[in-house]
Design a protein around this ligand. Structure first.
Ligand code: UD1
Ligand code: UDP
Length: 366
């Protein structure tokens, strides 16, 4: 029997983490063949290669080297190049993840060539169409033949938009699988704390990179000033995304607040998991890090106007705080320190999302 050929398209940090889970499951299936295409959206060693190495993701068959650019230029360059690869490789499925420009480009390229698209992390909505991620995920979902959702809420969002129920499979969240996998290597935890001179439960871990914060000077200053205030009582560790690093390096005022924080380069996935597991609190605008806070049973402040992961707010683990002022950020941080949430729920599946995705890809008729 001919193998099922899957073209996995990734390009940005969170997609490497997610694709690693599914790729690991796919390698256990003799009837499947995976080809990985890296768009090159993220290209620094600590934003890309480190994840391929640590998570043993197979070397990409293609790296398009698209790199950074405006949304249109970046997405357009990917679209043209992904189309060529699909025409050459004739996959049975194009497998996409999340909501980045790489996701959008792959969904467009494949659907125009009538190659079925399977979307992992389908159905998330912030209901804020100004966000590039919201635009990308809405288009990707509507072009997909198979919508692999992480939560009940995601299924409801898709039903509300009239997407055929027959195309939707709730499989759980691959990021939960990834955290369980990292947990098997917990021994790396102490070394990163020692390396960074941190004491367990005495530091706040923060990541900031979303456009809605970095593109708005008022919000960016509020985030850094609020974190600087929090740094009076706790070490604030900020593994810094290159987008935010660039911004801080160009603005003395931001630099002054940043000097109160412990800023390091982005860390690898296992080090990040260990840092999350030992933090007193997590403060972020990342989608993935919000959930990882919960997986490690840590309180989280999300510095955004809304979240796609409302389960965590309902369970008491996450507080959404728009970073409108230093005071708003500092007060949210101080209110969240020492809190916990409901431990009885399991909103993100059973840790077998990767396997369920692979099983679905082998049986589903698009
Ligand atoms: C992208 C996603 C965002 C996701 C994030 C994960 C889109 C529209 N946004 O945002 O949803 O949360 O990835 O981290 O796809 N840069 C480097 N080196 C790199 C990568 C980026 O220096 O390896 C810098 C460049 O200055 C670049 C900027 O970061 O212009 C932004 O990169 P880009 O990939 O456009 O978007 P992200 O902010 O990373
Ligand atoms: N991450 C990491 N090192 C870092 C920051 C984040 O390994 O320095 C991981 C994090 O643990 C999570 C993923 O990157 O698995 C989230 O990616 P990111 O925050 O860039 O994107 P988002 O989830 O917001 O789209």
């Amino acid at each position: 029997m001919a193998k099922i050929r899957v073209l996995t398209v990734v390009g940005a940090r969170p997609q490497f983490v997610k694709a690693a889970v599914v790729s690991r499951s796919m390698r256990g299936q003799s009837q499947m063949e995976e080809l990985i295409l890296h768009t090159g959206q993220h290209y620094d060693h600590d934003m890309s290669e480190v994840f391929f190495d640590e998570l043993a993701i197979p070397h990409p068959a293609y790296n398009l080297g698209v790199g950074s650019g405006s949304h249109g230029a970046q997405t357009g360059a990917m679209l043209a190049k992904i189309e060529e690869v699909i025409l050459a490789e004739k996959p049975d499925w194009v497998l996409i993840y999340g909501d980045t420009n790489s996701t959008l480009a792959a969904a467009l390229a494949a659907s125009k060539l009538h190659v079925p698209v399977a979307h992992v992390e389908a159905g998330l909505r912030s209901f804020n169409k100004r966000m590039p991620e919201e635009q990308n995920r809405i288009v990707a979902d509507h072009l997909s033949s198979l919508l692999l959702t992480p939560t009940v809420a995601a299924d409801k969002n898709l039903a509300r938009e009239g997407i055929d129920e027959g195309k939707i499979r709730q499989v759980g969240d691959v990021m939960y699988d990834a955290t369980l996998y990292a947990g098997q290597r917990e021994q790396s935890g102490q070394s990163i704390l020692e390396k960074l001179d941190l004491q367990a439960d005495r530091y706040i871990l923060s990541t900031i990179h979303r456009a809605e914060n970095t593109d708005d000077p008022v919000r960016m200053e509020a985030v850094l000033a609020g974190l600087a205030e929090a740094a009076e009582s706790h070490t604030v560790l900020l593994p810094l995304h290159p987008r935010t690093k660039k911004l801080i390096s160009e603005d003395d005022r931001l630099g002054q607040f940043a000097s109160k924080l412990k800023i390091v380069a982005p860390v690898g996935y296992f080090e990040m998991a260990a840092l999350e597991a030992k933090a007193a609190l997590i403060v972020t605008d990342s989608g993935g890090v919000q959930k990882e806070a919960y997986f490690h049973q840590k309180p989280c402040v999300t510095l955004r106007d809304e979240t796609e992961w409302n389960e965590l707010v309902d369970l008491g683990w996450n507080r959404v705080q728009p970073p409108t002022s230093r005071k708003a950020v500092a007060e949210a941080v101080s209110a969240a320190l020492g809190t916990t949430g409901d431990t009885g729920a399991a909103p993100y599946g059973n840790g077998r999302a990767g396997q369920q995705i692979v099983e679905t890809l082998t049986t589903f008729q698009p």
